[in-house]
Design a protein around this ligand. Structure first.
Ligand code: GLU
Length: 465
């Protein structure tokens, strides 16, 4: 059974790169009928906040990344880590080290001065300490170090990067518990991955350097390490590391800006993964196609135009009623009274070819839910002696016809002709009067969605009748 996890540190919102990692881990488990678990890595007490946990959970919820297990909080597992550490010391897999920080600093400085990589020299390994007669200082709490193998290589077949290897000689004996007894990051990850039965670790490639250490700890504990897949960074449009400078990088900012979760999933999926030439796909299709082998090892770039395009494509794919439901909260956020106008599904279908986000859609829909009051001079730009009689006559012309799009279209044409006007000469001023803008979808469709009396009242008000 495949078991994956997403293991965010709750030190801020869920950013795009993190969301993409979560999506890949989730999709891999779903694709294989496995288990997806959520683990909150909150041991950095100074930087972890409950608000950040909430923000991560909200973002996962919005994206539809449901987890089967968790959230598991590392802070609630301290006893377990301590027990494993005690056991490792007992079994000689780890040992106490009393080297003072100042000495360690001096050692590192000397190594660097000699052009060597700074590393702890293993002096408190029990056999070394015994040989050199080192005596633990009284009353000083030790750190606990993992006894890393001295020779050989740690290698793994990374599912994205291919074969990756490190020489053990480059890895020193990692501190797994600080002098106050708190376990350290790389150690907790291993204990958790073991206890959670994780088979596949899919995470950002900023963790590649941690992996050899983690593999050695897995092996010391008698475990076969999980399969690793390190996914490359997401870069900004300019090829630089994605940061605030690039605008919104928190997933939930995209929700607020009116992007559909389907489009966001599609967009995140395409950041470094592809399925042939398929550009627009649903979360279900993605799950059906997803594999680690198709992840591109090169960093991917964020592209706002592509996201906007995808969002529009997904708006077009949604059934009208569903899109209307999605639009509803954005109308409310725009201060519009949804009950005062047509079913949002009908509005959405009319507008979706013209906008890229639900926020733009709500904005473009304002004249359906609130009476626009275009300024006199704006109306005057469009109404003149030639078209005014036709506009005045529309009040009457609209009084008796069936209030359907087709009937309205026919009547508009015939009224224009009757007054010797071309259709646009009547439509443009009418748009301004009824909608407060000349940018509207097909006018007959717009009018049909408004109550006849509202249209007649707007015409009368606009013309000052
Ligand atoms: N907590 C780590 C992070 O947020 C992830 C560690 C892991 O996936 O192993 O980058």
């Amino acid at each position: 059974m495949i078991r994956t996890r997403f293991a965010p540190s709750p030190t801020g919102f869920l950013h795009l790169g993190g969301a993409r990692t979560a999506l890949f881990s989730w999709a891999y488990a779903r694709r294989h009928g496995g288990v997806f678990a959520l683990r909150i890595e909150d041991t950095d007490v100074a930087r972890s906040t409950p608000e950040a946990v909430r923000a991560i959970l909200d973002a996962m919820d919005w994206l539809g990344l449901d987890y089967d297990e968790g959230p598991i909080y590392q802070m609630q597992r301290m006893d377990r880590y301590r027990a494993v550490i005690a056991d490792m010391v007992e079994r000689g897999l780890a040992y106490r080290c009393w080297m003072p920080a100042a000495e360690l600093d001096a050692l590192r400085a000397a190594q660097m001065a000699a052009g060597e990589k700074p590393r702890y020299d293993g002096r408190w390994r029990p056999e070394h300490a015994a040989r050199h007669g080192l005596v633990p200082p009284a009353g000083v709490p030790p750190v606990i170090r993992f006894r890393n193998p001295d020779t050989g290589h740690v290698e793994w077949d990374d599912q994205v990067k291919g074969r990756v290897g490190f020489a053990n000689a480059e890895l020193d004996d990692l501190v797994i518990a600080r002098s106050d007894g708190t376990p350290t990051y790389n150690f907790c990850v291993v204990v958790d991955d073991i206890d959670m039965g994780i088979t596949h670790v899919i995470r950002g490639d900023d963790h590649v350097n941690n992996t050899p250490r983690q593999i050695n700890i897995h092996r010391a504990l008698g475990r076969v390490p999980p399969v690793f897949a390190h996914v490359p960074t997401v870069l900004g449009e300019d090829g630089q590391k994605l940061s605030k400078r690039h605008g919104a990088i928190s997933v939930m900012e995209y929700e607020a800006a009116g992007y559909l979760r389907e489009a966001m999933v599609n967009f995140l999926a395409r950041l470094g993964w592809a399925h042939g030439d398929d550009e627009v796909f649903s979360p279900d299709e993605f799950v059906g196609w997803f594999g680690l082998d198709a992840i591109n090892p090169a960093p991917s770039r964020f592209n706002t135009d592509k996201l906007n395009w995808l969002n529009q494509e997904h708006m077009k794919r949604l059934p009208a009623a569903e899109l209307g439901e999605r639009l509803r909260p954005y109308l409310a956020r725009a201060g519009l009274d949804v009950a005062a106008g047509p079913d949002p599904g009908e509005t959405a279908v009319l507008l979706r070819d013209r906008v890229h986000t639900l926020t733009e859609m709500a904005d473009a829909a304002h004249y359906f839910y609130a009476t626009p009051h275009p300024a006199r001079d704006r109306i005057a730009e469009h109404v003149n002696a030639a078209n005014r009689p036709a506009l005045v006559a529309l009040g009457e012309a609209f009084a008796d016809l069936p209030w359907t799009r087709e009937a309205i279209a026919v009547r508009l044409k015939s009224e224009a002709a009757k007054h010797g006007l071309k259709a646009p000469q009547l439509m443009m001023p009418l748009r301004m009067i009824v909608a407060g803008t000349t940018q509207t979808p097909s006018l007959d469709a717009v009018l049909a969605l408004l109550p006849r009396e509202a249209v007649r009242a707007r015409i009368a008000a606009g013309l000052g009748l």
